[in-house]
Design a protein around this ligand. Structure first.
Ligand code: CP
Length: 307
């Protein structure tokens, strides 16, 4: 039995297998419509979510399985003080696989230690969000045609943004990927990521605070929201929340084939006028989340159909 806590739990080869499986699903979804018949997915979400929870549920339903779960800590017995480890022991008797989101870093890992079913980290605090990373990789591979030889712009909250941390971890494994980090000084990437991942591997990157200056050199622009829920101080949030706003004027500075990704939800950081630009692929990216989660559920449950 395998769990997924971090995008790096999967080797490059395993990641590519998942992406290929997701691409097969995109081409022929009918082929997979019954492979999880009789199986149940539990979604245990202690923190709000639209895409991750509903795309997991959509994925399991598309595979012919069933879903159960809770969408907030308040609607579960966590509100009465039940621990994550007790909860997963109980859920192990109700479902075959569990996707868990929790505001505390490491909570899904604790669950995995006490679980007899596969546990998938669906986002733990500011730490990791591996299925978002798999979604991002599928989107880039499918729409850009490659995961190597890319200049990737990461913009917004690079300090607390777990999707950015996981994406950096995953993309440094591909050749000739360089990063341009665009953030206010207060929201730069954490020191451990700079030292242990970028510097340790000799990855090329630069840090800037003007988006317009670097747009012409990007293959991808990964926008992120400044997350109110991660700030201790409301004044800091208000000061920083609108640091970078991508609009149609700025998009004119970008290459014609630059893709704009965003894990969503967005607040103000991408003006709605950008949505109709063919380079804006964030809604397609959200849809790809269903396909990669279908591939992941099949892989962890070992129910991939024969070719
Ligand atoms: N991208 C993402 O994790 O969205 P949700 O918070 O809506 O799940």
């Amino acid at each position: 039995m395998r769990h997924l806590m971090n995008a790096l739990d999967l080797s490059v080869e395993e990641t590519e297998n998942l992406i290929s499986l997701a691409e097969s699903i995109i081409e022929n979804p009918e082929r997979f419509s019954d492979v999880c018949r009789g199986k149940k997915l539990a979604t245990c979400f202690y923190e709000p979510s639209t895409r991750t929870r509903l795309s997991f549920e959509s994925a399991m339903l598309n595979l012919g399985g069933q879903v159960l779960g809770f969408s907030s800590a308040d609607s579960s017995s966590a509100a009465k003080g039940e621990s994550v480890s007790d909860t997963i022991r109980v859920i192990s008797g109700y479902a075959d696989i569990c996707a868990m989101r929790h505001p505390k870093e490491g909570a899904p890992y604790v669950a995995s230690l006490h679980s007899s079913i596969p546990v998938i980290n669906a986002g733990d605090g500011g730490h990791n969000h591996p299925t978002q990373t798999l979604t991002d990789l599928l989107t880039i591979k499918n729409l850009k045609g490659r995961l190597d030889n890319l200049t990737v712009g990461l913009c917004g909250d690079l300090k607390f943004g777990r999707t950015v941390h996981s994406l950096i971890d995953a993309m440094v494994r591909y050749p000739n990927v360089r990063f341009v980090m665009i953030s206010p000084p207060e929201l730069k990437i954490p020191e451990y990521l700079r030292k242990d991942t970028l510097d340790a591997r000799g990855i090329e990157y630069k840090e800037v605070n003007v988006l317009e200056d670097v747009l012409p050199e990007l293959d991808l622009l990964y926008m992120t929201r400044v997350q109110r829920e991660r700030f201790f101080n409301e004044e800091d949030y208000i000061r920083l929340k609108d640091s970078f706003i991508l609009d149609a004027r700025k998009m004119r500075l970008a290459p014609e084939d630059m893709l704009v990704l965003h894990p969503l939800p967005r607040v103000n950081e991408i003006a709605t006028e950008v949505d109709d630009d063919p380079r804006a692929v964030y809604f397609k990216q959200a849809k790809y989340g269903v396909y990669i989660r279908m591939a992941l559920i099949m892989t962890l449950l070992e129910v991939i159909p024969e070719c």
